[in-house]
Design a protein around this ligand. Structure first.
Ligand SMILES: Nc1ncnc2c1ncn2[C@@H]1O[C@H](COP(=O)(O)OP(=O)(O)OP(=O)(O)O)[C@@H](O)[C@H]1O
Length: 456
């Protein structure tokens, strides 16, 4: 990796803090770190000096934008309370540091900046962007997390998510980014039969059972010095789960029919589309195994939570088909069709949809609506019209009550926000994605509610 160029942008949340910001700038310069003169070019770490978590200073923090990493430096004599730190974090800070003295040693700050910029550089590299396609905020946040855990830790990783959301791709990326030099060994737990599972996992000695004419390595031996990916771990029968406990924790195992412990230095990645907590509660998955495999967890979002990625993904899949005909495009009506249809099979379904369009398309020029197979045309065209009679009735009722247009507009937006937040389990990020606004815009809107209004 290339050395990370200094890329720090300092901002004082209030004019009273500009002196402190200048002193910190000088301190950073003495440590060999030049500040960015412009905050526009390339990834940058923003540092916002604040002295209070009040709405004006939180807004100054939020205004730094959402594409870069923002550190909040709380320049106050007394350490901020945990509640204040959480509030600042919720306003969009990547971290909150107490910074009582502008002349303090900037080493802790610089370590964080170096890490964030290294992560941003890797996440923005061609290798990552061309494999893990997506530009939505929720996808970019996931990729940054994946890069950080893959390249800067040796933790086991549990990837959960619906079918076709990219769990397999993420596992491959973690292997590549981990730089371990060893192989990626993939074992699909749905294919393990109870009779042969021991041998598949641990290998066997010669003569261990009828038919074992020679000794054989299993997955844990093959994954030594590399990465072991246990796909569909939620399908593993309980007796096999028990057999994994020791090897996952102590990194040593016995071959079937063998007596000696064999070491294996592997990094473990597991994936499942099951909710493992529910499986544990229902007695189908061992809690002790769950805690061992979930050193770090990530969730690949379904395509409906990242609709901004539909067209970039479609272009990516089309480019793979249309390589001999570069520049092949989708007609606007086809783009609209792709944007409005449902994808229960997620990205895999989108990929197959694009393949079908490509196969039905002929000649030069853009792919047009005729390429949509007849049996797939209904969903977009049959979408219920909106606004409908029920909506008009609700508006009529509000007008009858003497509500102003401003009040009706605000109530409609607040209702939409409340419903989406409820559906998304309170996740601001996912709600913002569905509403088509930025995370920060939604946070600010939620905070700006009058004290006497219902909470959002
Ligand atoms: N972000 C992405 N960029 C490019 N291709 C993607 C992306 N996400 C998924 N895909 C493609 O979608 C298909 C399904 O992805 P993948 O096999 O990784 O999903 P999965 O979550 O492991 O599915 P399952 O649970 O069914 O095994 C693959 O062809 C993969 O290349």
């Amino acid at each position: 990796m290339n050395p990370i160029p200094p890329a720090i942008w300092l901002h004082a949340a209030t004019p009273a803090l500009s002196g402190q910001a200048a002193r910190l700038g000088q301190r950073l310069a003495r440590a060999g770190i030049a500040l960015r003169e412009s905050d526009k070019a390339g990834p940058v770490c923003r540092m916002v000096l604040m002295d209070e978590a009040n709405p004006a200073q939180l807004a100054a923090l939020a205004a730094q934008g959402e594409d870069d990493c923002v550190f909040a430096l709380l320049c106050c004599a007394k350490a901020p309370s945990p509640a204040a730190s959480w509030t600042v974090l919720a306003a969009g800070a990547a971290d909150v540091l107490w910074w009582p003295d502008a002349d303090a040693d900037p080493a802790p700050l610089l370590a964080r900046v170096q890490r964030r910029l290294a992560v941003a550089q890797l996440a923005g590299s061609d290798a990552v962007r061309q494999t893990l396609v997506g530009r939505s905020a929720i996808w970019r946040a996931l990729i940054e997390d994946v890069v950080e855990v893959a390249a800067f830790s040796a933790s086991s990783v549990l990837i959960t998510g619906e079918t076709g959301t990219g769990k397999d791709l993420i596992a491959q990326a973690i292997h590549q980014l981990s730089g371990c030099g060893g192989e990626l060994t993939v074992l699909d737990c749905t294919t393990l039969s109870p009779e042969l599972a021991g041998s598949e996992l641990f290998g066997h000695e010669r003569g261990a059972y009828t038919g074992a004419v020679g000794a054989r390595d299993g997955a844990f031996a093959q994954a030594d010095q590399g990465v072991l990916f246990l796909d569909e771990i939620g399908e593993l029968p309980l007796p096999l789960q028990a057999q994994l406990l020791r090897v996952v924790q102590e990194h040593k195992y016995k071959r079937v029919g063998g007596n000696s412990w064999q070491p294996s230095r592997f990094r473990l990645i597991c994936a499942t589309n099951r909710e493992l907590e529910t499986e544990v509660a229902q007695g189908r998955f061992r809690a002790d195994l769950l805690y061992r495999i979930a050193g770090w967890r990530c969730r690949t979002p379904p395509l409906r939570e990242r609709r901004d990625d539909i067209l970039p993904l479609a272009a990516h899949f089309l480019a793979a088909h249309a390589a001999p005909h570069p520049g092949c495009e989708l007609d606007p009506a086809v783009r609209d069709y792709l944007l409005t249809r449902d994808y229960p099979g997620n990205v895999r379904e989108l990929r197959q949809t694009v393949a079908r369009l490509w196969h039905r398309h002929c000649g030069c020029g853009p792919i047009t609506l005729g390429a949509v197979p007849p049996e797939e045309r209904a969903p977009a065209s049959m979408a219920a019209p909106w606004p409908d009679a029920a909506f008009a009735g609700a508006i009529r009722h509000a007008l009858d009550q003497g509500m102003s247009l401003a009040r009706i507009t605000q109530a409609s937006a607040d209702t939409a926000i409340r419903i989406v937040l409820e559906q998304e389990g309170g996740s601001n990020q996912r709600a913002a994605q569905r509403l088509g606004v930025t995370d920060r815009a939604l946070q600010i809107r939620r905070k700006a509610r009058p004290a006497d209004g219902p909470p959002l």
